[in-house]
Design a protein around this ligand. Structure first.
Ligand SMILES: *[C@@H]1O[C@H](CO)[C@@H](O)[C@H](O)[C@H]1NC(C)=O
Ligand SMILES: *[C@@H]1O[C@H](CO)[C@@H](O)[C@H](O)[C@H]1NC(C)=O
Length: 273
C-alpha cells in the first residue's frame, strides 16, 4: 500500500466497488497483469480502507474538529488523527454534588463552555463529594439520599456514554433544575433530550447495577485528592478554581472561560506528541 498511496483515495469511492466483483476474470487475461495486480490490491485493501474510513467518520468530529477535513485525503487525515491521539490529553476534573447550586454554576459558567472549545484536548472526569462510613462502606451525601441518587444517575450516564458532550449535557440539564433530582419524569426528560437510553440508566442505578460502586469510587477519589468543597475544579492535578457559596475563589489565572481555555491549550501544546 505504501508505494501506491494515491490509489487509495478512489477506493472509498463507489466506483471502486465493481473492481472487486471482477477479480475472477483476471486469470483469463494474462496480458492485463498490471491492471489485475491493481485489482488484487483493491480486493485485499478495500476492507482495510473502508474500516479506516469508517473510523475516520466516527472520530472525525472528536479528534480533528480543529483540522480541515478534506474528503478523499484519507491518508493525510489518518496520520493527523494518530498525532492527535498520541499526544496525552490534559486532565480536567470537577468535584461536585448533584443537588448543590455551586455545582450548577460550575458546570454552566466554566466547565461546559470550556469543554465546548477544547473537548478534544481534555480528559474530563466528573467526580462527587460525600462521606463513606468506614464500617459499613455506606455512602452519605450532604443533601441527603436524593443527592446520592442524583450523583449515581450522573455517574451512570458518564459510564454508559463516555462522550462528555452527552453526559455533561445531561448532567447540566439535571443540575439546571436540581431541586427536581431524582424525580423520574424529570430525569427521563433530560435523558430524552440528550439521547440517553433511560432503561440502560435505570439498570445501572438499580440495586443490582454498578451505580453505587461508581459513587463509592468517585467519593473516594475526591477524598484522596483532599477535595471537600463543591464545586472544586482541578486542572492537571492542581486546584484551578473553587465555586462555593455562590462565589469563585482559589482561581489562580482567574475564573473566566478564556483564561481556562488558554491554560489548557498551553498545557496541551507543551506536551510531547
Ligand atoms: C482519563 O482520566 C481518568 C481518571 O484520571 C483515567 O483513569 C484515564 O485513564 C484517563 N484516560 C486517558 C485516555 O488519559
Ligand atoms: C492530602 O492531604 C494529606 C494530608 O494532609 C497529604 O498527605 C496528601 O499528600 C494529600 N494528597 C493530595 C493528593 O494532595
Amino acid at each position: 500500500m505504501s508505494s501506491e498511496q494515491p490509489a487509495t483515495a478512489p477506493m472509498v469511492d463507489d466506483k471502486a466497488l465493481p473492481y472487486h466483483s471482477q477479480i475472477h476474470i483476471e486469470t483469463a487475461r494474462p496480458n492485463e497483469t498490471t491492471f489485475s495486480t491493481r485489482e488484487y490490491m483493491y480486493k485485499r485493501f478495500l476492507p482495510a480502507i473502508l474500516t479506516i474510513f469508517a473510523l475516520l467518520t466516527i472520530f472525525r468530529s472528536t479528534f480533528v474538529s480543529n483540522h480541515h477535513y478534506t474528503p478523499g485525503c484519507g491518508q493525510t487525515l489518518h496520520s493527523e488523527i494518530i498525532k492527535e491521539m498520541e499526544r496525552p490529553k490534559v486532565e480536567l476534573e470537577s468535584h461536585g454534588m448533584s443537588r448543590c447550586p455551586d455545582f450548577k454554576d460550575c458546570l454552566r459558567e466554566l466547565i461546559l463552555p470550556t469543554m465546548e472549545k477544547v473537548n478534544d484536548r481534555v480528559n474530563f472526569t466528573l467526580s462527587y463529594i460525600g462521606r463513606i462510613d468506614h464500617k459499613s462502606d455506606a455512602v452519605t451525601c450532604m443533601h441527603g439520599p436524593a443527592e446520592c441518587l442524583g450523583n449515581i444517575i450522573e455517574l451512570c450516564a458518564a459510564k454508559i456514554y463516555p462522550d462528555p458532550k452527552i453526559y455533561l449535557g445531561f448532567t447540566n440539564c439535571l443540575t439546571s433544575d436540581y431541586h427536581n433530582i431524582p424525580q423520574r419524569d424529570f430525569v427521563e426528560g433530560c435523558a430524552m433530550e440528550h439521547g440517553i437510553d433511560f432503561q440502560k440508566l435505570n439498570s445501572c442505578i438499580s440495586d443490582e447495577g454498578e451505580g453505587i460502586d461508581l459513587l463509592r469510587a468517585s467519593v473516594l477519589r475526591s477524598q484522596q485528592n483532599n477535595v471537600t468543597k463543591s464545586c472544586t475544579i482541578r486542572l492537571a492535578g492542581k486546584v484551578r478554581c473553587i465555586r462555593d457559596g455562590g462565589k469563585w475563589y482559589d482561581c489562580p489565572g482567574g475564573s473566566s472561560v478564556d483564561a481556562l481555555v488558554k491554560e489548557i491549550n498551553a498545557l496541551y501544546e507543551a506536551q510531547e506528541a
